[in-house]
Design a protein around this ligand. Structure first.
Ligand code: ZN
Length: 333
């Protein structure tokens, strides 16, 4: 079976060695400009004896920046003396996509977060997924994967965990989200969970926390601060880093059903009728899509299918039929 092949990826770090190591996951990638070339995915391992292992990742999508900003910073500044266990940091998982500033890989158009469990004999993106699936995820006790909206979405800043069949793990996940201390915390529903890193980690029984911290293909001062504080808080919560959680108030949101999501049904120019974080009532118009091919056409009205607040919105001014236009989440407390 192909899944039993060894991974073509060679780490230049030793996961069992104490101390701080900065290295690479070296993935052979033969191409026109480098016959025996490689993709060099940066990785940092900070280990201090036995103890729990945290796997911290950003750049799963290449156009989301809060995670990479927090994680390159953490790799540079975390003192090994403050660690009890192992911290593995991969700040830009889909490194080719990250270097291109795009959601998917410019090499194979692979969306890493739809490529799990991956293949050792697949595309570059599938090979990265396979290495996480069979090598890195099994090592960890907790995985924290940073996301933001990328170029096409913008979110109110939240940390999130999923509803899970194992209620003890679910409670630990929500407690870790609470410890992260983003302004918002989400009980998150996925519209497309097959192939996600989240699903791979959870199927292995790992504690898993994710985020959506902003978007638009950039970052903001406040969302980067939230990411930096959040990652340290999760490390403290899990006991990987010494010290008390720097807890701040957070408000819980829920995504109870697919009614949270609204999609454009026409191409056109999108007009947001409420801003992120604003309250909406069921039936309110959250956005309008204006046809631009001719004058005199009424816009498509996109209405909230439940009451709550606007948690995410389409970011670019132009929208295509099928694009996610708005996400309304229910305020729990
Ligand atoms: Zn993402």
């Amino acid at each position: 079976m192909s899944s039993q092949r060894p991974s073509p990826i060679t780490p230049t770090v030793d996961f069992d060695r104490d101390g701080t190591q900065h290295g690479f996951l070296r993935l052979p990638y033969s191409r026109d400009d480098s016959a025996w070339g490689s993709v060099m995915v940066p990785i940092c391992v900070i280990r201090n004896g036995s103890g729990p292992t945290a796997l911290l990742t950003g750049g799963n999508h290449g156009d989301e920046y809060e995670g990479p900003l927090a994680l390159y910073d953490l790799a540079r500044t975390l003192d090994v003396e403050d660690v009890g266990g192992t911290v593995i940091i991969v700040p830009a998982m889909n490194y080719p996509a990250f270097r291109a500033g795009t959601r998917t890989s410019p090499i194979d158009r692979g969306n890493l977060n739809r490529s799990f469990p991956g293949r050792p004999d697949g595309t570059v993106t599938e090979k990265i997924a396979d290495f996480f699936q069979r090598d890195l995820l099994p090592r960890c006790d907790i995985a924290l994967d940073f996301h933001s909206g990328g170029r096409t979405l913008d979110f109110v800043p939240f940390a999130a965990a999923h509803i899970r069949p194992d209620k003890a793990l679910e409670a630990q996940g929500f407690a870790a989200v609470e410890a992260f201390s983003a302004p918002w915390s989400m009980k998150m529903l996925e519209i497309d969970a097959v192939g996600m890193y989240d699903t791979a980690a959870e199927d292995m029984g790992k504690l898993f926390v994710t985020t959506e911290l902003g978007g638009g293909g950039t970052s903001r001062a406040d969302t980067v601060r939230i990411a930096r504080r959040g990652v340290l808080n999760v490390l403290r919560y899990t006991g990987v880093v010494a010290g008390a959680v720097d807890a701040l108030p957070t408000r819980w949101l829920d995504m109870p059903s697919g009614d949270c999501f609204s999609f454009a049904e026409d191409d056109g120019m999108i007009e947001t009728m409420v801003d992120l974080g604003d309250s909406v009532e069921k039936g309110d118009i959250v956005a309008r899509v204006h046809s631009v091919g001719r004058t005199g056409t009424a816009p498509q009205e996109i209405r909230a299918k439940l009451s709550g607040l606007l948690a995410a919105r389409h970011f670019p001014g132009l929208v295509k039929a099928g694009d996610c236009a708005a996400v309304v989440a229910v305020v729990v407390n």
